[in-house]
Design a protein around this ligand. Structure first.
Ligand SMILES: [Zn+2]
Length: 416
């Protein structure tokens, strides 16, 4: 089929006025000016979207749909440790059925806002079999062993069993303060064996920095209280702790060499979420990386927690691939990546609307390990497309970022 629109934003150069995309099954096979596309693919069914701009479906690099039902339930807290206590109390009230409903509601909302790919962390990987996502989904099992480090391997293996039937999955050891070194190592082993992605929360809050660097603060006290082994605290940053865990002797080049495909798929493939708290020594370390992990920033969740400023420019200039995610609705108001882009630009106005859009398309595709098929409108990419009204009066990227309505036209994997 051929889909025509007033403008097509391919993420491969300027928007194409009076553009069209040819789609066969689930793939884009051609893109260009409408007259050329219709000449090259004559006799195909035509969908004319009229006065709209077509763009790649948006990619949410990080969220927890488990907690869609907690929207507005937890007011911001002074302490991050208190926030964790509050969400734990809310979680204790939820049943399996609540979680299934919450995840399904989250998928529907993400799709309404034009998201066609989502990296969804779930604390209940066994529930993935009960849900048929309406959008492209990478299921990540979120793993925490802070109360039971002796069960690290078992927890990982159970999660793998649950997620293996899913088309796309990965592992999410939660964060250095809740996840033992053994659990990180086991996740790494499995990721190498199964060729899947890894993601983790890192250096999110000032309290996490105080815990690891100073061996003090509310998060330190909380973790100590619940029985965590605190011997890794007092002389390192959260980044040091993470690298000490994932850069073991069996992979001396982790984050270093990225020359072969295997390295890309394995060690350099971490998706690191947050990275708000970095010491100068961390930046010195990051500068030495020949290849980089991917970074997800969640601007509205960041504002909700009033975290330290995210060092966008420094990280970008060091060559890190940075994408956006909504995080969960326990710390955000909705799952709109349009709103996320707007919030991001409020904090970093020097970023152009086009660069902000890259963060939820091209950069998201790279982070999720599918740069050859996700995030652009280009031949051989998957047919994940959205369209929104466009007046043509102002810059098309400005118009895209200003969009606040539910998305009316959406194609996922070649199906509208
Ligand atoms: Zn998160």
């Amino acid at each position: 089929m051929i889909i025509r629109a007033r403008a097509v934003v391919t993420m491969d150069g300027p928007p194409i006025e009076n553009g069209a995309v040819a789609v066969s099954r689930n793939r884009i096979i051609d893109v260009g000016k409408f007259p050329e596309i219709s000449a090259r693919h004559s006799g195909q069914q035509l969908i004319d979207l009229g006065e709209q701009v077509m763009l790649p479906g948006l990619i949410n690099g990080h969220c927890h749909l488990d907690y869609t039902c907690l929207r507005g339930q937890i007011p911001p807290k002074k302490s991050f440790a208190d926030w964790i206590r509050a969400i734990n109390a809310e979680k204790a009230r939820l049943s399996t059925q609540d979680y299934v409903a919450s995840i399904a509601e989250g998928f529907a909302e993400a799709k309404r806002f034009g998201t066609t790919t989502i990296a969804n962390l779930t604390a209940f990987p066994e529930l993935s079999a009960r849900i048929d996502p309406p959008i492209r989904t990478l299921w990540f099992a979120e793993l925490i062993d802070v109360r039971s480090p002796e069960r690290a391997n078992e927890l990982v293996d159970l999660a793998v069993e649950s997620l293996k039937p899913a088309a796309n999955w990965g592992l999410a050891p939660h964060a250095p303060f809740t996840t033992s070194k053994n659990l990180y190592r086991r996740c790494k082993e499995v990721a190498r064996r199964e060729n899947v992605l890894l993601t983790t929360h890192l250096a999110e809050s000032h309290e996490e920095m105080s815990m690891f660097r100073d061996g003090a603060g509310p998060l330190y006290e909380f973790m100590k209280e619940i029985g965590r082994d605190m011997s890794d605290c007092g002389d390192q940053t959260p980044l040091d702790r993470f690298l000490g865990t994932v850069r073991d002797s069996s992979t001396p080049k982790a984050f270093g060499a990225r020359n072969d495909k295997k390295a890309v798929r394995n060690d350099a493939g971490w998706i690191v979420v947050h990275l708000n708290e970095l010491a100068e020594s961390d930046f010195e370390l990051l500068e030495t990386f020949r290849s980089k992990f991917h970074v997800v920033h969640s601007p509205r969740s960041h504002d909700y927690f009033a975290h330290s400023a995210f060092a966008f420019k420094r990280l970008r200039d060091l060559g890190f691939n940075i994408c956006l995610g909504t995080d969960s609705l326990a710390s955000n108001e909705n799952l709109s990546l349009f709103a996320e882009m707007r919030a991001f630009r409020r904090g970093v106005p020097a970023v152009s609307p086009e660069e902000a859009l890259e963060m939820v398309t091209v950069n998201g595709g790279r982070a999720l390990g599918r740069p050859q098929i996700l995030g652009r409108i280009r031949a051989n990419y998957v047919a994940d497309l959205i369209a929104i009204p466009c007046s043509g009066i102002t810059d098309v990227f400005e118009e895209i970022l200003a969009f606040e309505q539910p998305v009316q036209w959406i194609m996922v994997n070649g199906k509208t």
